[in-house]
Design a protein around this ligand. Structure first.
Ligand code: FAD
Ligand code: 2HG
Ligand code: ZN
Length: 463
């Protein structure tokens, strides 16, 4: 059966579109964190939407599951197959065309496999901004950031990816093509179905192309690194910055002093200000002049009021990039440090200081010897509360942290999604009616459970 399917896939895609050699399959088989090794039957690399649809139809006819994969930078094991050797990985790596950048209509149309950085650069080349920004932007794809509804460091000002998607083309689990590649700012004609696919992690359809919304490219920006006495002071600093700089603030990132120590240890990058327990990286950007003076006054004010202890404002683009390196290298430093359990949580913003206190107490009590690597998007209420483990079971650490998240009315996944990493936790913690909605949607679109099965929802639960 499977050799018959492979031969039909070869007929459809040609030799460039089908990968079956074990050594060539390796890169597609395991996730970025090396937590979920899988074994694909094959990897297909269609060259266009019609071929994607053809693959889906063929695989369906043979009862074969399809796992969409973009840049494979996801943090939840969503883009890799299981270990059965029966699933086909559908890589978007040949569908990279950047079809159009429109500086007047402020839109960009790209195929799903287009790398995010390529799309950002194309927008910048015509004086426009694609404000989706994450450390993985050199590998993550347009389709991947849509499928995960990615966040990143600019959500505070521009929203998550969902807020930037105007149009979508999707291949559905039955192989039909839903063409919604409209570039409209306003479109209330019927259900806004594209929203279902944004953040659905490849379980409802395969994104093949998208129209994204662009913004004016700011003419000036200010980047500052501040040390703060504690997370409460960081929130005071946020309020102060919002009062004085308004919506020019595009990033407000919290970093524990211990996170920066990891970056220094593994990458030799030193923070340019005195040591401290907590740091905040702030970026403000504007098309108008006078931003730097306003930002320096606001930060001076924060220092006077004691919200901040020390700080530096980048004097050049180079210095700003160096400050960003301190933030962006944290994930890789954590990976080099050893085994960790990631928690990509959100709680209501004012409750963050108390959440940190209670999560710390719970870990000390129930998992002594663990170390916390805490950093993230404070301005969005989203922290990466990662725990470096020392012989502890990952499930146990999840339970401890997520119990605290639940007590604070938070979410166990603010941006990375569920993938296969958090399925059990989601099903344990979301209410039955909420899970039932998800299952009904999945069953309506993919009754045979052939598109990325076992991701977001467990297979057993759906049966
Ligand atoms: P993949 O990893 O290939 O796939 C992710 C999921 O989307 C899978 O479930 C896959 O099946 C599905 N998928 C991929 N392409 C398609 C498609 N065309 N159609 C349908 N489904 C598809 N994430 C954030 O949100 N914010 C961050 O700040 C952030 N920083 C990161 C920093 C680093 C260093 C790394 C390694 C990762 C980071 N991530 C972050 C996670 C990751 O980059 C994002 O989830 C990103 O959106 C994944 O894009 P990708 O193309 O790599 O998708
Ligand atoms: C970030 O904000 C990413 O840098 C990755 O979402 C977070 O490593 C992590 O846990
Ligand atoms: Zn993040």
């Amino acid at each position: 059966m499977s050799s018959e399917l492979l031969s039909k896939l070869l007929d459809l895609l040609g030799p460039n579109g089908l990968v079956t050699e074990a050594s060539d399959l390796e890169g597609y088989s395991i996730d970025w964190r090396h937590l979920f090794p899988g074994k694909p039957l094959a990897v297909v690399r269609p060259a266009n939407t019609a071929e994607v649809a053809g693959v889906v139809k063929l695989c369906r006819a043979y009862g074969t599951a399809v796992v969409p994969q973009g840049g494979n930078t996801g943090m939840a094991g969503g883009a890799v197959p299981d270990a059965s050797g029966t699933q086909v990985v559908l890589s978007l790596s040949r569908m990279t065309a950047l079809r159009e950048v429109d500086p007047v209509g402020m839109t960009l149309e790209a195929e799903a496999g287009c790398v995010l950085k390529t799309a950002q650069d194309a927008a910048a080349a015509v004086g426009r901004l694609l404000p989706i920004s994450l450390a993985a932007e050199g590998s993550a794809t347009v389709g991947g950031v849509i499928a995960t509804n990615a966040g990143g460091v600019n959500v505070l000002r521009y929203g998550m990816v969902r807020a930037l998607v105007l149009g979508l083309e999707v291949v559905l689990p039955d192989g039909s093509i839903a063409d919604g590649l409209r570039r409209l700012r306003k479109d209330n004609a019927g259900y806004d179905w594209k929203q279902l696919f944004i953040g659905s992690e490849g379980t409802l359809g395969i994104v093949t192309a998208a129209v994204l919304r662009l913004l004016p490219q700011p003419k000036s920006s200010v980047t500052a690194l501040m040390s703060v006495p504690d997370p409460k002071a960081a929130l005071d600093l946020l309020a102060c910055a919002q009062d004085e700089l308004g919506d020019t603030i595009s990033a407000f990132e919290l970093m524990a002093g211990s996170s920066l120590k990891l970056v220094e240890k593994h990458f030799g990058l030193r923070r340019p200000i005195a040591d401290g327990d907590w740091f905040v990286l702030i970026e403000a950007a504007s098309s108008l002049s006078g931003l730097r003076e306003a930002a320096e006054a606001a930060l001076g004010n924060a220092l006077e009021q004691g919200f901040a202890l020390d700080g530096t404002v980048a004097e050049s683009g180079r210095q700003a990039a160096d400050l960003w390196q301190l933030r962006e290298r944290i994930t890789e430093s954590e990976a080099k440090e050893g085994k960790s359990v990631k928690h990509d949580v959100s709680v209501p913003i004012p409750l963050i200081p108390q959440f940190l206190v209670e999560a710390g107490i719970a870990l000390e009590r129930d998992a002594p010897g663990t170390r916390v690597n805490c950093f993230g998007h404070l301005g969005d209420g989203n922290l990466h509360y990662n725990v470096l483990i020392d012989g502890h079971a990952s499930d146990e650490i999840n339970r401890i942290v997520h119990d605290v998240v639940d007590r604070f009315g938070g979410s166990i996944s603010a941006e990375h999604g569920i993938g296969q990493y958090r399925v059990a936790e989601l099903e344990k913690r979301r209410s039955a009616p909420e899970l039932a909605i998800a299952r009904r949607i999945k069953t309506a679109l993919d009754p045979e459970d052939l598109l990325n099965p076992g991701k977001v929802l467990s297979r057993a639960e759906r049966a």
